[in-house]
Design a protein around this ligand. Structure first.
Ligand SMILES: Nc1ncnc2c1ncn2[C@@H]1O[C@H](COP(=O)(O)OP(=O)(O)OP(=O)(O)O)[C@@H](O)[C@H]1O
Ligand SMILES: [Mg+2]
Length: 431
């Protein structure tokens, strides 16, 4: 039969063994001291915490369990506590440390209580080892500090970034304004340059035109003087007449170039593309060769091969002018006894003419600028010319949608090739 509540109470509550067990198996350190602060009891858990056996500590003051630095202060505290004992936490917000037998300190949490027997007061200290908790707190604190550092760093970087972005934006804006201003300046300069260039070319065209008549007069007079000189020849007079004639025809050539360019730039040159037969091309070349004959140096000769068999489309005037420029260059820039080869043929889409010489050639550097106005290669400065011929050639070719290519090697020779597109050939191909 089950025991009654009273029976249980009388069997266990007043049983000292029960209290002994409670004291010894508590999972908290318990240290009991008397009014002198001497340890009178010490449970098993406290033995484990401090490394002392109960026997070793009984009769020792509780200060033994505290770090040296706080022992003196603690004597005062405990005496005060005995004056007015109460149940409370120890330390009040301070970190408390205890000292074990091996001389190592460890963090603790202590709460105090007291009781009296026969008029004598005893103090109980409940001790919890908080090493693990403190360690965790330390880790958390470290992590918090790290986090704070990272946050501060990020904030700093952020504000630096904002500053940089601000600065860059400002710079960019300024650059844009500057760019806009330069653009306007450039436009103005370009307009001025354009007007000036138009003015110049109009002036050159006009001047060239106006020079033609007096030059013709000079030339006619030179021919007349030549005739009169024939009656009683004087070599000195003859020499000067020949000089006048040479200089005048050189100047006429330059004026022709200026006039052609002027007309081209003003859009006054009209194209007249016609279908021509091989025979027409042959006669065009024959006339050209005769004209060029007068320019040939000693021993120079032109070899012409025409492989055209079909009808081709071209502007005969423009092609004649182009060839005059190319062949006169070949003559001018190659030595006596040189052969100048001219060929004409048709491929699928083009009428092609090549002019090849074995003259002074053109350096790679100079080749880049060859078709620019007034450009003359370094090795040509002592040879007469204005540097307009090839530029005019490109303009003529543009009118026929054609193009020019050139290969050259210094001191070996040059080959100029022109391509004139053939609508008929293309159309035939399409059929
Ligand atoms: N067949 C060539 N061999 C070597 N150099 C050439 C040849 N053709 C042209 N050049 C170079 O190209 C430059 C430009 O040729 P371009 O015909 O435009 O001018 P130019 O003959 O000097 O003068 P212009 O033709 O106006 O009388 C020449 O000054 C010369 O340096
Ligand atoms: Mg030339």
């Amino acid at each position: 039969m089950a025991e009654t509540r009273e029976e249980l109470a009388s069997r266990y509550i007043s049983n000292t063994e029960q209290f002994e067990a409670l004291f010894n198996y508590a999972t908290i350190g318990i240290v009991v001291t008397n009014h002198e602060g001497k340890i009178i009891n010490f449970n098993k858990f406290a033995e484990h915490q401090f490394g002392y056996s109960k026997e070793e500590l009984i009769g020792e003051t509780v200060d033994t369990l505290l770090p040296q630095a706080v022992q003196a202060r603690h004597v005062k505290y405990r005496e005060q506590y005995y004056q007015s004992p109460e149940v409370r936490e120890m330390g009040h917000g301070r970190d408390l440390f205890a000292l074990n037998k091996s001389g190592n300190t460890f963090p603790v949490e202590v709460s105090l209580s007291h009781y009296s027997i026969n008029g004598e007061t005893f103090v109980i200290a409940f001790v919890i080892d908080i090493t693990v908790r403190k360690k965790q707190e330390g880790v958390v604190l470290e992590q918090k500090q790290e986090l704070e550092m990272v946050t501060t760093e990020i904030k700093k970087m952020n504000s630096e970034l904002e500053q940089t972005v601000g600065d860059r934006t400002k710079m960019l804006r300024e650059a844009l304004v500057e760019l806009e201003r330069s653009k306007e300046e450039l436009n103005e300069a370009f307009e001025t340059e354009k007007e000036l260039s138009e003015l110049k070319s109009r002036f050159v065209t006009m001047a060239s035109h106006e020079f033609r008549t007096p030059l013709s007069t000079i030339l006619t007079s030179a021919y007349l003087l030549d005739k009169y000189n024939e009656l009683s020849p004087d070599p000195k007079i003859d020499k000067h007449i020949q000089r006048i004639k040479g200089a005048v025809s050189g100047m006429k050539g330059i004026l022709e170039d200026f006039l052609s360019l002027g007309k081209l730039e003003e859009g006054h040159v009209q194209t007249n593309i016609k279908m021509v037969t091989r025979a027409i091309i042959d006669s065009l070349f024959k006339n050209l060769m005769q004209e060029m004959d007068a320019l040939l140096k000693n021993g120079q000769h032109i070899v012409y091969t025409n492989s055209v068999v079909t009808i081709v489309c071209l502007d005969t005037n423009l092609v004649t002018n182009i060839l005059i420029n190319l062949i006169s260059n070949a003559i001018k820039f190659s030595p006596e006894n040189g052969i100048i080869r001219v060929t004409s043929f048709v491929d699928d889409n083009h009428f092609i003419i090549t002019v090849q010489d074995n003259g002074i050639g053109i350096s790679e550097e100079d080749q880049q600028h060859l078709f620019e106005r007034f450009f003359r290669a370094k090795n040509a400065v002592n040879i007469q010319g204005t540097g307009l011929g090839l530029h005019i050639v490109t303009k003529y070719l543009e009118l026929m949608n054609g193009r020019i290519e050139m290969t050259s090697k210094l001191d070996e020779g040059s080959t100029f090739t022109i391509y004139i597109p053939q609508p008929i050939a293309a159309a035939q191909k399409d059929l």
